[in-house]
Design a protein around this ligand. Sequence first.
Ligand SMILES: NC(=O)c1ccc[n+]([C@@H]2O[C@H](COP(=O)([O-])OP(=O)(O)OC[C@H]3O[C@@H](n4cnc5c(N)ncnc54)[C@H](OP(=O)(O)O)[C@@H]3O)[C@@H](O)[C@H]2O)c1
Length: 336
Amino acid sequence: MTTTFQAWWVSKQADASGAATQTASLRELADGDLIAGDTVIAVEYSSINYKDALALCGRPGVVRNWPLIPGIDLVGTVESSDSMDWAPGDTVVLNGAGLGESAHGGLAQRARVDGSALVRVPEALGSLRSAAVGTAGFTAMLSVLAVERHGVTPGDGPVLVTGAAGGVGSVAVALLAGLGFTVVASTGRAEKEAAYLTTLGAAEILDRAGLSEPGKPMQSQRYAAVVDAVGSHTLVNAIAQLNSGGVATTCGLAQGADLPGSVLPFILRGVSLAGINSVDASLARRQEAWARLERDLDVDLLDGMTDVVPLATAKENAERLLAGEVRGRTVVDVNA
Ligand SMILES: NC(=O)c1ccc[n+]([C@@H]2O[C@H](COP(=O)([O-])OP(=O)(O)OC[C@H]3O[C@@H](n4cnc5c(N)ncnc54)[C@H](OP(=O)(O)O)[C@@H]3O)[C@@H](O)[C@H]2O)c1
């Protein structure tokens, strides 16, 4: 018997001028459409991260094989597996590892994946909350782990989180505040989202406009650490405001992929820049991050930053995310 299922499907075609365009549509697929992998998963949830929004809205740079099921996250139940590590009935989470970029992703009711990057869904979180964490929350945790590895503690001074009302930013604010850090949240939606960010634990809200223009290479020292998801002038200004010996993590490019800065803070204040790559994180780092998310993330705050939407509305929710209208996290219930 052929199993069919619903999935988003990104295909590439030439427009009238011959230029390549990418479109996403909801399709009925069969297991035969899935590519090789040792583990078949009945997907429960995916989510909409910045990359998923780009892929669903036809923007280049994320999908690298066509046609492809988008979705860089999935949470679901193992249906069958040839991997020694997984058995039918296990609930698993997968973030990145090529999903939704070079391999079929999670915005589908079924997936066939390589079991080697799967992590068991943490018991205290369960499936829905693990999807709410998703790549954005996983990346926020990887950023916090990098700050900790650098030796920064709450007593060293405030931590700046940029893009604070977004997915990475919201989870980072909640995690850092929960760990006792004084969090300064930078956002373009200060008026609308101040109460939200304060509830997550931000001690101070900054208008992102103050960081987004070119600034002096060395500025007053304010922060022991920075968790940045924005890049460009925002990251450069944040680095210029780090205390001596501080660290900034960089994971995103919501403002831009450029880094128009100076080496002065690095050579005169000994600050560091730590790159965060969730896609290729080792299994050990994945397990560490998920264990810490289970321990340190306040699930009530997570629930408060999460919307759950049905599979068919993934694209319209992606458009809202790129328009800056989404705060926190959007989970996609692929069976709704
Ligand atoms: N390296 C990795 O492994 C990794 C993993 C996950 C995500 N990322 C990247 O991290 C970034 C955030 O991802 P996400 O899923 O959290 O996206 P998101 O939910 O859309 O959040 C991005 C936030 O950035 C801020 N922002 C948007 N445009 C901006 C601009 N022009 N200037 C300054 N700030 C701007 C907004 O926050 P405010 O409204 O609060 O200003 C927005 O909510 C993306 O670039 C994504 O690709 C990287």
